[in-house]
Ligand binder design. Structure first.
Ligand code: NAD
Length: 432
């Protein structure tokens, strides 16, 4: 049968601007979930691409005053239907439009799965932040903020930290935005320092949330955490906090890594000792009480819980057969490829997908935004209780859906998120 005539032109498959392995992964995950629920074709095609994508280039003056470099940055808003958009800003040398768009799409499903009043967004600048001085980082952040100032705002799009950015970067964004409007606007970003209107508990929220979901998964699998072992890839915000909360549950951490090295000690590693080493030396490299191994070897260690908390695309068809864990707890975004997903599911690995496992960060970011807009602060106890309630609710809904539809946890989580967005789209209708 001949394809139907499309008066508005381009066939959907020809949109090459976003083309990248990570965006293709996000699209394929979406399509596989959309097919299971027979999602309306018109809605499906709308959700396949971001609603707004901004690509910018801007000049950055190095500390040596005469040297000016051109830098590339992005801000992508996937869905504007649900409320303001929300998503982190990533500083990394590989950042590109496809990667940022994939991350924005995942944010949409994550916010919807948690029933937060946000659509997904993401931003990024293609630099290696570890090679910039503090002054260079500040200038770059302020100029990037100015370049995207027309599309962000407390009721439009609210940035947060991600890979390579932190509380200090959020403070500079908040200050730059506030200078432009003439008064302090703490609700323009989340994940900022508490003294500027940040929320208690936000720093550790992603790691804490991940372990709340690990506890639920262990209960489901009848796994005793105090007799379990874990391996954590990444020792930044998410990884170090995940390690701390696992340790609190009595889990023995036998492996951990950062960009510099992997560490293995079958007798267990201590998070305080590792943090002390990083404070003194800048990375895990050279830590004495463990064997140094590569990041690839780390992922293949025998353990009960494997928590990738660094980069995307770490578990692929190349190494999935050699992954030996009972629970894969995704702290990072997009750490597992589609092929690896299939292999691990066949091996009986219980996967806590990223949009569920690392949703603690955006959930407490939501609490931060609510506190800032209401000028009213909550206690840490209130925050952690509310975070726990939301995460275990989402875990239970996902597990129930996965059992009912006979699908893996990732597909179930996606279905829950997609359905909510699709029903909001149907209710709002089409303009004009
Ligand atoms: P971070 O910059 O604080 O830490 C990243 C860690 O990964 C560092 O220890 C770094 O050394 C390590 N790393 C970098 N490249 C590596 C490599 N090639 N191999 C092994 N380790 C490597 O970043 P973060 O905020 O902890 O984010 C980590 C992941 O979690 C990202 O995928 C991010 O999108 C995701 N995430 C973060 C949050 C948050 O609240 N920060 C929320 C949700 C998801």
């Amino acid at each position: 049968m001949e394809a139907p005539y499309k008066p508005f032109g381009q066939a959907i498959d020809t949109a090459a601007e976003w083309d990248s392995p990570m965006f293709n992964l996000a699209q394929e995950q979406f399509l596989s979930a959309a097919n299971i629920i027979n999602l309306d074709t018109n809605v499906r095609n709308r959700l396949l691409y971001p609603q707004r994508s901004s690509m910018i280039s801007f000049p950055c003056r190095q500390d040596g005053y005469d040297d000016v470099e051109t830098v590339f940055g992005y801000r992508v808003q996937h869905v504007l239907t649900m409320g303001p958009t929300k998503g982190g800003i990533r500083y990394h040398e590989d950042v590109n439009l496809g990667e940022v768009s994939a991350l924005a799409m995942w944010m949409t499903w994550k916010c919807a799965l948690m029933a937060l009043p946000f659509g997904g967004a993401k931003g990024g600048v293609r630099i290696d932040p570890t090679r910039l001085s503090r002054r260079e980082l500040q200038r770059l952040t302020r100029r990037y903020t100015m370049e995207i100032i027309d599309i962000i705002g407390p009721d439009r799009d609210i940035p947060a930290p991600d890979l390579g950015t932190n509380e200090q970067v959020m403070a500079w964004i908040m200050d730059t935005y506030s200078q432009q409007v003439g008064h302090a606007v703490p609700e323009i970003v989340t994940g900022k320092p508490v003294v500027l209107g940040g929320s208690l508990g936000r720093m550790e929220a992603t790691g804490r949330g991940l372990i709340y979901t690990v506890i639920e998964a262990a209960r489901h699998l009848d796994l005793r955490l105090d007799q379990s072992t874990a391996v954590v890839q990444g020792f930044g915000n998410v990884g170090s906090n995940a390690m701390r909360f696992l340790q609190e549950q009595g889990v023995k951490i036998i492996g951990v890594s950062d960009v510099s090295t992997g560490l293995h000690n079958p007798n267990g590693l201590d998070v305080d000792a590792l943090e002390g080493h990083v404070r003194q030396h800048g990375s895990l490299e050279g830590y004495g009480d463990a064997e140094a191994i590569s990041n690839a070897e780390l992922l293949e260690l025998d353990c009960d819980i494997l928590a990738p908390c660094a980069l995307q695309n770490q578990i692929t068809a190349d190494n999935a057969e050699r992954i030996h864990c009972k629970i894969l707890a995704e702290g990072a975004n997009g750490p597992t490829s589609l092929e690896a997903d299939r292999i691990l599911t066949e091996k009986g690995v219980f996967i806590i997908p990223d949009i569920l496992g690392n949703a603690g960060g955006v959930t407490v970011s939501y609490f931060e935004w609510v506190q800032d807009t209401q000028k009213f602060t909550w206690t840490l106890k209130q925050i952690n209780e509310r975070l726990h309630e939301i995460l275990i609710g989402a875990f239970a809904r996902t597990l129930e859906r996965s059992t009912r539809e006979q699908v893996d946890m990732r597909t179930a989580a996606m279905i829950e998120g997609i359905e909510r967005v699709a029903s909001a789209k149907a209710l709002r209708g089409l303009y004009p």
